[in-house]
Design a protein around this ligand. Structure first.
Ligand code: ADP
Length: 174
């Protein structure tokens, strides 16, 4: 076996995770089925005006993914990054970038990002995964909007995240 083939394949799953949703978790569980090591990269993404500060997004992703790591045996690390994605991937030894694909609306952006990242780092492959039908339509943005307007977000996010969203929006227990 060549040296490259014997190295464990490491994947990076980047995102804003503001907050982590059941859609993200579905993608993470799928990635954990095919890779022995996964690094979830939480982007600072100040431009998106996140609801949660970076440290809290990282802490929530860490807490909510513990169970996936245990169940799959895949090593899952969570780290914040504010560099180019391909640089972050290289810094953790990853050769695969994972992205989730929802509807057609994601395609254009994801297509451009994958193409440009490939040009920047042809040794790193972008792989797209689809969440189950149940979770495909979930987005962090709508979770926040629904919660803000007093709607029930129970089926969109994991338990701890739901509590934190409600606390942050000052909605108390709903
Ligand atoms: P970004 O700001 O990079 O889009 P997000 O946290 O919104 O960060 O999403 C991270 C990745 O997860 C993206 O590839 C996005 O398409 C994917 N994703 C988010 N929600 C879902 C979902 N419900 N089903 C499948 N993929 C998803």
């Amino acid at each position: 076996m060549s040296e490259a083939a014997s190295r464990p394949r490491i994947g990076v799953y980047p995102g804003t995770f503001d907050p982590i949703t059941n859609g993200h978790l579905d993608i993470i569980a799928r990635a954990a089925r095919i890779l022995p090591r996964l690094v979830i990269g939480v982007a600072i993404n100040a431009g998106k005006g996140p609801l949660f500060p970076l440290e809290e997004r990282v802490a929530l992703v860490r807490a909510e993914t513990e169970r996936v790591a245990q169940a799959s045996g895949t090593e899952i690390a969570v780290a914040a990054f504010d560099t180019l994605l391909v640089e972050f991937a290289r810094s953790v030894g990853a050769t695969v970038i994972l992205r989730g694909l929802r509807a057609v609306s994601d395609f254009d952006y994801e297509f451009q990002m994958a193409g440009m990242n490939y040009r920047l780092a042809p040794d790193i492959e972008t792989v797209f995964l689809m969440a189950s039908e149940r979770h495909q339509f979930i987005s962090s943005r709508f979770v926040k909007e629904i919660a803000l307007l007093g709607g029930d977000i129970t089926s969109f996010v994991p338990t701890l995240t739901r509590e934190r969203v409600l606390e942050r929006l000052g909605g108390g227990a709903a």
